[in-house]
Write a protein of this length. Structure first.
Length: 380
């Protein structure tokens, strides 16, 4: 049969050549792909889950209280002649603070001494008379009544000496009170009076106030149920503080005691702790946040917070590496934060490996190269 397309035999040759070239190019590309190096598994840091013991802490608002407070009031009346301290400075117990005009009290002391001398002279005369009457009564030269009267007068004179001596002592004490001294060591506040002011004994308004601020107390109002737990468990007595600006106070305090009564209005108990306050950064009246141990948990699973992902629905998950080094997503339940860690109550068990670094390179089902790190160092 004759070919209907003249020259068709010539068309088959270019087509076959193109097909051969295409096949060759495809084989060459496959060979290049086979020869290309494979990407290694992504490197991730993991922590191995291990139960551990930790203390549950409570952060509560607290107020700083001076260790000791002394309100300085005069014990005698008079005019203030001089002030001997600088406001806001430290004073020591026994330092002189004010001087009250002592003129009147010196005169009272001298008068009391004179009265004592008179009483002693009268007592001397009364004793001599009583002794003479006693000798005369032996000779029946005097009545018994006269003897008794002279003896009574001698005893009255001795009593007057005791009264006079007490008056001298009182006058000396009052004279000493004209020098007002510091009863405790501490920081003295501003003076409420100036030189020339008239003060009276035991007046309501203090002349000034001294506060001992090293050490200091920090009082917190803790829920009664928490205080009961603290007493049942062997918790640490250490207390740490956070200042109002969010910074941590360098020192660690110690719980001194908890009140034995509960505030009926708030249901709280006052817990007092003691801080050395060596740099005097804590001032009486200042508000702070105190962290106090409330309970002990023997076996708990903690993971770094950065390893936990919170989903839009509120659930939480972690990415973990199984025994085949394959990434898995695991739902977990977390409760409280402990520093930079989360406490996991369900979803993880001992020995499992949780990814804490390289999460952006890990995909569920992908094989990774895990690198074990410490959970504590990772939390830092």
């Amino acid at each position: 049969m004759a070919n209907k397309f003249p020259g068709s035999g010539y068309l088959k040759v270019p087509f076959l050549a193109a097909l051969v070239l295409a096949l060759s190019a495809c084989q060459e590309e496959q060979a290049q792909q086979a020869a290309a190096p494979q990407m290694p598994p992504a490197a991730v840091d993991v922590v191995t889950v291990a139960p551990q013991s930790y203390q549950v802490t409570e952060t509560l608002a607290g107020r700083v209280t001076a260790y000791r407070v002394a309100e300085i009031r005069p014990q005698v009346s008079g005019i203030i002649l001089k002030r001997f301290f600088e406001e806001g400075t430290r004073v020591k117990a026994g330092d002189k603070l004010y001087q009250i005009d002592p003129t009147l009290y010196k005169a009272n002391l001298e008068s009391a001494k004179a009265n004592l001398a008179v009483a002693e002279a009268n007592a001397y005369s009364a004793r001599l008379k009583a002794d003479r009457y006693a000798e005369l009564s032996k000779k029946s030269a005097i009545s018994r009544q006269d003897v008794d009267d002279s003896s009574a007068l001698a005893k009255q004179a001795e009593a007057q000496i005791q009264a006079a001596r007490a008056a001298v002592q009182t006058a000396q004490v009052n004279l000493g009170y004209t020098e007002i001294t510091a009863p405790i060591s501490g920081v003295i506040s501003r003076s409420n009076i100036t030189e020339g002011a008239l003060v009276s004994a035991q007046q309501a308004t203090p002349l000034t106030v001294i506060r001992q601020v090293s050490p200091v107390y920090v009082d917190v109002q803790a829920p009664a149920i928490k205080v009961m737990g603290m007493k049942k468990e062997d918790v640490s007595p250490d207390v740490s503080l956070e200042m109002q600006d969010g910074s941590k106070f360098a020192e660690t305090g110690t719980i001194q005691f908890a009140d034995v009564s509960v505030d009926e209005g708030t249901g709280t108990v006052n817990v007092r702790s003691l801080f050395k306050n060596e740099n005097r950064a804590l001032m009486p009246g200042m508000f702070v946040r105190a962290r106090i141990a409330a309970d002990n948990i023997d076996s708990a699973i903690l993971v770094p917070q950065r390893s936990v992902t919170r989903n839009p629905d509120g659930s939480t998950t972690v990415m973990m590496v199984n025994d085949s080094n394959v990434v898995e997503v695991r739902p977990v339940v977390v409760t409280r934060a402990v520093d930079d860690m989360w406490v996991v109550t369900s979803g993880l068990s001992e020995g499992q490996r949780v990814i804490v670094s390289g999460l952006q390179k890990a995909r569920p089902g992908a094989t990774v190269a895990p690198n074990d790190v410490s959970a504590n160092s990772e939390a830092k």
